[in-house]
Design a binder for this molecule. Structure first.
Ligand SMILES: Cc1cc2nc3c(=O)[nH]c(=O)nc-3n(C[C@H](O)[C@H](O)[C@H](O)COP(=O)(O)O)c2cc1C
Length: 220
């Protein structure tokens, strides 16, 4: 089957994209408003985009009603920084509490039972339970469409990784990270259990294999 994107209703585009572009990493993003109130919310329209400069991207949808921006986006506009807290298996239930559409005045970090730690470079706090916390400064945000959807690009200015996960040669023990990714539907996730190795190919290796499989005299 195929479709012109313009022919699909918004809801159907959402269904086809979030149920095929899988798995997606999850950022539990902490922010703070100009009065200093902290907020946390998960985002799976998220990824690391580059390492030099070190950039992350977040896709934040709008809201219907009188307050068109999610608290996360409003706070990034107000204070210019945020923390990406990666989500491990132990944090999933707390992450789901942070995704509840609470009124702005509710402290969802407390409701989720999460502890915070002050950041080194941004006003937003970090989540102590997260194995990897990336302090970011907003570089640019682009608005798309009519419903206040924003693509936030942030530069990572400070990294925190829980002790015991990275060795002195900066090798990361991904079993100790135990991160989860978002899958299909409203509530499917996966861990890092089902993984496999596929050796990276080189041009020379590929040519050698091509020569080996083609009769003598036919490879140029
Ligand atoms: C696993 C997961 C991933 C989510 N990803 C996104 C996302 O990429 N973009 C988005 O706008 N909302 C996403 N949401 C919904 C927001 O987390 C939810 O709207 C939240 O209440 C926003 O909170 P805020 O108003 O405090 O920013 C996701 C929810 C879950 C559970």
């Amino acid at each position: 089957m195929d479709w012109a994107a313009d022919d699909l209703r918004e809801r159907d585009l959402y269904k086809l994209l979030v149920n095929t572009v899988l798995p997606r990493p999850i950022a539990l993003v902490t922010t703070v408003d100009e009065k200093g109130s902290a907020n946390a919310a998960p985002f799976s329209f998220f990824n690391v985009f580059s390492h030099a400069p070190p950039l992350v991207v977040l896709g934040i949808e709008g809201r219907s009603g009188t307050e068109p921006l999610k608290d996360t986006m409003r706070n990034i506009r107000e204070t210019g920084g945020f923390v990406v807290n990666l989500v491990d298996r132990a944090m999933v239930a707390a992450m789901q509490v942070c995704a509840i559409d609470f009124p702005s005045e509710v402290d969802e970090i407390a409701a989720a039972g999460l502890d915070t730690v002050a950041s080194a470079k941004v006003a937003a706090p970090r989540l102590a339970a997260s194995p990897v916390q990336l302090e970011c400064r907003e570089t640019v945000s682009l608005s798309f469409g009519s419903k206040h959807r924003n693509l936030v690009v942030g530069e990572i200015v400070h990294l925190h990784i829980r002790d015991g996960i990275v060795n002195e040669r900066l090798h990361v023990d991904i079993d100790k990270l135990d991160l989860v990714g978002r899958l299909h539907g409203a509530d499917w996730y996966l861990g890092l259990g089902d993984r496999f190795q596929e050796p990276r190919q080189t041009l020379d290796g590929w040519r050698d294999r091509a020569r080996a499989s083609i009769p003598e005299g036919e490879v140029s």
